[in-house]
Design a protein. Sequence first.
Length: 266
Amino acid sequence: MKAMTNTTDQIKPFYIWEGSYPDFQSAAANAKGAGFGSDVYRKRSLQAATECLAALKSDQPIPIPAFHKQRSTHLPLTVAMMLGDKEQINILDFGGGLGIGNMTLAESMPADLKRIDYTIVEVLEVCQSGMNLHAGGGVMYTSDLPTATKFDLIHAASSVQYVVHWQDLIAKFSVLKPEYILLSDVFAGAIKSYVTLQNYYESRIPHWFLSLNELLDTFERYGYRLAMKSYATSRRLGVEDTLPMANFPEDLRLTQSLHLLLQKKK
């Protein structure tokens, strides 16, 4: 009888991120799959948004699942602070998906929703799904970053890391003259900036890990100062709070992602 092979040693561990590249183009050459354009992403996003809407519409008070709103933790607090000084605020949610950020506001401050104009910037396919989901719900979608409208707050939740030229994006944000820019779940810290590949089901997606000093210096250049920094709480591969990066050299690892609130300097 043929001896059985011990397959345990042949199983390759799963890592969320693999490899380090000096720039986005080098990583993109090794990318594969449709990424956020895949059926898997669309189905999971729609399921999450549907669960959030069900919680909001329930006859009995049911909180939106914490996992879904973890990237919007500081959005209600920031908006509540701003509404103390303004009668109406205009919010731009960059990469806001199917609107869970707005749903988080609806849960936290339903009486003030009429004082908030909410615009989401997304790819065309997501825009169409979002408009269908929020038909009549006061959420506007666009596939292009506006250039003529002034916004009071720009929110970017776990999105900046997927932008090829993130410095240019910050420059474009500054043109809109928001009083505050809230980056949620941003992958930045005491490291040098580099690009890795994120494994997302059948896809491998280029993903920035940023030097926090470089990021803040860029904001400073465009007139914004750091008003608040906190560590993001998340759950990845069954682990709370700590980013699973044991496959990276220590000098490239981050323990946690961050929430950063930038304020326009007077």
